[in-house]
Design a protein around this ligand. Sequence first.
Ligand code: PLP
Length: 405
Amino acid sequence: MDTPPNVHDAEPIPESARAEIDRLLQSGDLFRYTAPEDAPVALLETEFAKMMGAKYALAVASCSAALFLSLKALDLPRNTKVLIPAFTFAAVPSSVVHADCTPVLVEVQDNYRIDMTDFEAKLTPDVGAVIISHMRGHTSDMDAIMRLCDAAEIPVIEDAAHSLGTRWHGRKIGTIGKIGCFSFQSYKMLNAGEGGILITDDAELAARAVIMSGAYEHNWKKHKTPRGENSTDLEDAFARWQNKLPLYNTRLSNLSAAVIRPQLGELDRRVTDGLRNHDYVAAKLEKCPWISVPAPLVPETRAPDSIQFNLIDVTDDETRAFQEAAKSRGVSVQVFGMSEDNARAFWNWQFIGDQGPLPKTRAMLSRACDTRLPVRLKKPELDFIADAITAAIDDVKSRKKCSAA
Ligand SMILES: *Cc1c(COP(=O)(O)O)cnc(C)c1O
């Protein structure tokens, strides 16, 4: 194949979404709380909770809104410290600021996972919560994190925005911490353009988040447990919090739910395809001495829809030249710390103030490359991408070692 693959489009939305969308357009019933029961958003919550094995799910406007509501649900006093990894998307420190808390950045290693020495040092008694961003689906050491946080009684929120389908010791990512948050933005495993969902087994947190998401008056009565029965734990919690919480109105529309629900059945296949595609490209890149693809941690089974790799023994100029060379070969590679104003480079989060030098994360970001690999790509497209990347590094190195590999 000689034309670059399209890496921007997601998979088509399953055809079965159309009938439900037509029905909603006919009736105009787009608001989740109009119907007395079984609104598409409520059905999505029930199905998602069941799929994940969680008790409660709350669908909202974005994963950012889910992270914000998670922090508000924890009832943290103003300016409480919240640990987050220094390698994540700008939406994560933003959600902490939005919740009137103070983000504290933790160093990340060159395998994109949290540096546990820095994590342990920063997990001081004044930390009120921890957000673990499984950035680009890379899972940090959840055994060590949960051991430390459980011992200190500090709640863990999993930012699994880009990690749906990933497993840790076989367990679904997003079900390990107290709350798990996911995204339905178009670049994630389930695509509604925009949207998010949080899951928890804690009735108190679920009730608080539901009310604050905009379940005004008695709309909370339309929230059910996965079994479809009203849970008394949840009802008691709703009664306790009635009229006591602000309403942030960050709900999901029925149209979005109608787009997402038919994709739930596609998830397992997307995860399998994404992992197969990733590992195929990774194996080709690994043959090149100037490229290293960090291995998953032993307990981790990944669900990637993009690939990250590090450039080895290259200068800053060569790194920039490599990006240009890949681009001219039709493949967009971003080096997180090299492109101007990148939203994943912590020094661009100027709204959180100076967080110190964070040398490990900075060094990683200056050599870590990111390329999209939508799960629908086929072998010739994967070959095109892998070959363009290896040829691009040869373009900038005088001795050719990679393109022949
Ligand atoms: C996409 C993403 C987010 C934000 O999700 P939205 O639904 O766009 O708010 C947060 N964290 C990570 C790791 C992401 O990949």
